[in-house]
Design a binder for this molecule. Structure first.
Ligand SMILES: *[C@@H]1O[C@H](CO)[C@@H](O)[C@H](O)[C@H]1NC(C)=O
Ligand SMILES: *[C@@H]1O[C@H](CO)[C@@H](O)[C@H](O)[C@H]1NC(C)=O
Ligand SMILES: *[C@@H]1O[C@H](CO)[C@@H](O)[C@H](O)[C@H]1NC(C)=O
Ligand SMILES: *[C@@H]1O[C@H](CO)[C@@H](O)[C@H](O)[C@H]1NC(C)=O
Ligand SMILES: *[C@@H]1O[C@H](CO)[C@@H](O)[C@H](O)[C@H]1NC(C)=O
Ligand SMILES: *[C@@H]1O[C@H](CO)[C@@H](O)[C@H](O)[C@H]1NC(C)=O
Ligand SMILES: *[C@@H]1O[C@H](CO)[C@@H](O)[C@H](O)[C@H]1NC(C)=O
Ligand SMILES: *[C@@H]1O[C@H](CO)[C@@H](O)[C@H](O)[C@H]1NC(C)=O
Ligand SMILES: *[C@@H]1O[C@H](CO)[C@@H](O)[C@H](O)[C@H]1NC(C)=O
Ligand SMILES: *[C@@H]1O[C@H](CO)[C@@H](O)[C@H](O)[C@H]1NC(C)=O
Ligand SMILES: *[C@@H]1O[C@H](CO)[C@@H](O)[C@H](O)[C@H]1NC(C)=O
Ligand SMILES: *[C@@H]1O[C@H](CO)[C@@H](O)[C@H](O)[C@H]1NC(C)=O
Ligand SMILES: [Cu+2]
Length: 565
């Protein structure tokens, strides 16, 4: 065969494979009641297709995903495709009243979007009230056919979804808290792939088990789908190599513990290289806020080697629940795989500098009532002292597209209105600072603007590591640290070469993190704390990214079946 003919054949094979790889992957989700027996009692939950977790979706980079969602549950539903860029498909992003009105009981909506320039592990979850406690599942994006992972191909891939379980209807739990102004009840258990594991009552036969073969390598796709808790994850006697976070490749990082906040994903390789036997994998809380009650229990599953006759698995030693040094070491040691698949260099020129405080606070209890929150008031939370409220009547994205004013206000401040010693514990009970006004205040960005945000935790009420999630964009994490951000010295330590790329950043407790992204997607993009408890309290804002000059930078009209309010 002549060399030219050979090249031509190769080229056409490549073309065929890249065309074949741009598949349309279509699924249906039936959201409805499911009765499950957990922790000694029966509980009705809302779930997709009768399973917890819901179905795992598998696509390749370049595919179009089409999901028909039928709401056969008694509650309003929306589904968010957590971490998906939604380039020009903001109508499919899913946060209730941000990009759509909810799918009301008895109706349906089709989410349709392309999955481009990202691969790894993401997930889908309900983005309305607290329903993501039980309405969630994995969304796995493999490389296009003909492309490979930037690490040795594992023998097997296994989703590990960490969840949180209530012996109660989670809607009732939320409504009770919102009615009183207090904190919602803590969960009763954590789960691995929907199962609490044998440390909980009546759960001996509800322990997730992974069978492994001696010498083989496994890719664990770890998803923190818990509502309100960061988690430590360990496997007894086994090292893990982190290769990807939030569907973005990392330099391989070897660790014996993974730390993960709600919303985050962590892909690790493990090799079954220990003596044939059985080993527990376990997840326990990382609770960063001093004095704030939390579910202090441990879920565990079993990694069992083929041929093992070990009677009792070996248990890993879990970090203390307040082990911030371990959490910080893990988070800050991660680096991005610069030059790897889909790597985007760090933007060097900044158009918008923002400094955003994140923390909790208070809202008046109302009337002469007494609320269970501090000082007899309601809990509240805010960014730059704006406590975010969802609009009613029309979603923000519809308001953007149809030029409807009065749904949101374009005045989110670039800096906090009051400068104070943000992380000094002495300000935690300063009543002159604690009350946060409610608003639906957004930051408007020009198409393609580059944005740098310093996220600064405050000590108001209590310092806490808040996992801040941005819809529609990944960002580079340039630096993070404790105390008040120092605008003179901290930039000297920015990693502009291979910073990690994420969609959710755990801002260190009593500290700060600096992120950068390019606003190259018109629409309305929610930025919020992924501790579900803080969302209705107002720990959120949104970016309204204007259209660019071309059709390729303009948000298309909504699909005909977009739910109406
Ligand atoms: C969900 O269930 C429906 C009805 O049984 C089925 O047609 C559909 O394929 C299921 N979807 C997934 C993603 O498994
Ligand atoms: C679903 O569960 C809710 C809450 O338990 C209940 O109110 C409702 O009647 C159930 N719906 C159906 C169709 O079973
Ligand atoms: C929350 O916990 C309290 C105290 O245990 C209990 O009385 C209440 O019923 C719980 N609320 C819900 C909605 O389960
Ligand atoms: C698990 O154990 C419970 C009792 O603790 C029992 O009711 C249930 O049937 C068992 N389930 C299975 C699948 O064995
Ligand atoms: C959480 O549980 C662990 C293990 O039982 C215990 O050592 C620790 O004191 C508990 N922490 C809190 C804050 O209750
Ligand atoms: C990893 O974290 C530790 C503890 O925070 C720090 O001393 C070390 O320099 C970090 N290593 C890298 C490569 O970032
Ligand atoms: C609050 O209490 C005062 C004095 O008892 C009473 O005059 C007032 O009407 C009450 N206000 C409300 C909103 O209940
Ligand atoms: C919204 O306003 C923009 C700019 O004024 C205009 O180009 C666009 O056509 C308007 N859209 C609608 C749906 O009215
Ligand atoms: C906090 O206040 C106390 C009492 O006023 C004072 O002694 C202490 O130095 C203050 N701490 C800081 C970090 O400012
Ligand atoms: C937040 O705004 C309220 C109302 O303007 C003000 O009283 C309070 O001091 C502000 N707090 C902070 C931390 O900026
Ligand atoms: C937006 O930025 C991209 C990447 O830098 C560039 O290719 C594109 O031309 C820009 N578009 C506009 C409208 O500025
Ligand atoms: C469900 O959505 C409809 C339509 O937007 C809205 O009118 C209703 O208040 C919502 N129900 C709840 C419980 O939020
Ligand atoms: Cu999210």
């Amino acid at each position: 065969m002549s060399r030219l003919l050979f090249l031509l054949l190769c080229a056409s094979a490549l073309l065929a494979s890249s065309m074949a790889s741009a598949a349309i992957v279509e699924h249906s989700f039936h959201v409805k009641n499911l009765t499950l027996r957990r922790l000694c009692s029966e509980q009705v939950i809302t779930a997709v297709n009768g399973s917890l977790p819901g179905p795992t979706l598998r696509v390749r980079e370049g595919d179009t995903l089409v999901v028909h969602v039928f709401n056969e549950s008694p509650y309003n539903i929306t589904i968010h495709w957590h971490g998906i860029f939604q380039k020009l498909s903001g109508w499919a992003d899913g946060p209730n009243m941000v990009t759509q009105c909810p799918i009301i009981p008895g109706s349906s909506y089709t989410y349709r979007f392309k999955v481009i320039k990202q691969e790894g592990t993401l997930w889908w979850h309900a983005h309305v009230s607290t329903l993501r406690a039980t309405v969630y599942g994995a969304l796995i994006i493999r490389p296009r056919s003909g492309h490979s992972y930037p690490f040795p191909k594992p023998d097997k891939e296994v989703p590990i979804l960490l969840g949180e379980w209530w012996n109660a209807n989670v809607i009732d739990v939320e409504n009770q808290a919102l009615a009183t102004g207090g904190a919602p009840n803590n969960s009763n258990a954590y789960t691995i792939n929907g199962r609490p594991g044998d440390l909980y009552p009546c759960s001996q036969n509800q322990t997730y088990t992974l069978k492994v073969e001696n010498g083989k390598t496994y890719l664990l796709r770890i998803i923190n789908a818990a509502l309100n808790n960061q988690l430590f994850f360990k496997i007894a006697n086994h090292k893990m190599t982190v290769v990807s976070i939030d569907a973005s490749y990392t330099q391989p990082y070897i660790t014996d513990v993974v730390v993960t906040g709600p919303g985050m994903t962590t892909d690790v390789l493990i090799t079954a290289d220990q003596p044939v036997g059985s080993y527990y994998m376990a997840a326990s809380p990382y609770a960063s806020a001093p004095g704030v009650p939390f579910d202090n229990t441990t879920t565990r599953g079993i990694l069992i080697y083929e041929g093992s006759t070990a009677p009792t698995p070996i248990m890993p030693l879990m970090p203390a629940t307040n082990d911030t040094p371990t959490a910080h070491k893990f988070y800050s040691n991660l680096t991005g795989l610069a030059g790897g698949p889909h790597w985007v260099p760090v933007p060097r020129q900044i158009d918008e500098h923002m400094f955003v405080t994140v923390g909790v606070g208070l809202a008046p209890c109302g009337g002469n009532a007494t609320c269970p929150g501090p000082f007899g008031q309601r809990f509240s939370a805010s960014m730059n002292n704006e406590s975010f409220q969802l609009p009613t009547g029309l979603s923000m994205l519809q308001a953007f597209f149809f030029n409807v004013s009065g749904v949101y206000t374009p005045n989110f401040p670039d800096a906090p209105p009051v400068k104070f010693d943000y992380t000094n514990a002495n300000i935690s009970s300063d009543l002159s600072l604690l009350f946060t006004p409610k608003s639906t205040s957004v930051k408007v960005l020009k198409y393609n603007a580059t944005v740098q945000i310093v996220l600064q935790n405050t000590a108001l009420l209590a310092v806490e590591n808040h996992p801040i999630h941005i819809h529609g964009f990944n960002f580079h994490v340039l630096a993070q640290g404790f105390g008040n951000y120092d605008p003179v010295n901290d930039p000297k330590n920015f990693n502009l070469v291979n910073p990690p790329v994420r969609n959710t950043i755990g801002v260190p407790v009593g500290g700060w993190a600096v992120i950068r992204f390019t606003a190259n997607n018109p629409g309305v993009w929610f930025m919020h704390c992924h501790l579900d408890v803080h969302l209705p309290w107002g720990l959120a804002t949104a970016f309204v990214v204007q259209n660019g000059p071309t059709p390729g930078s303009t948000l298309p009209p909504p699909p005909a079946d977009l739910p109406k309010c």
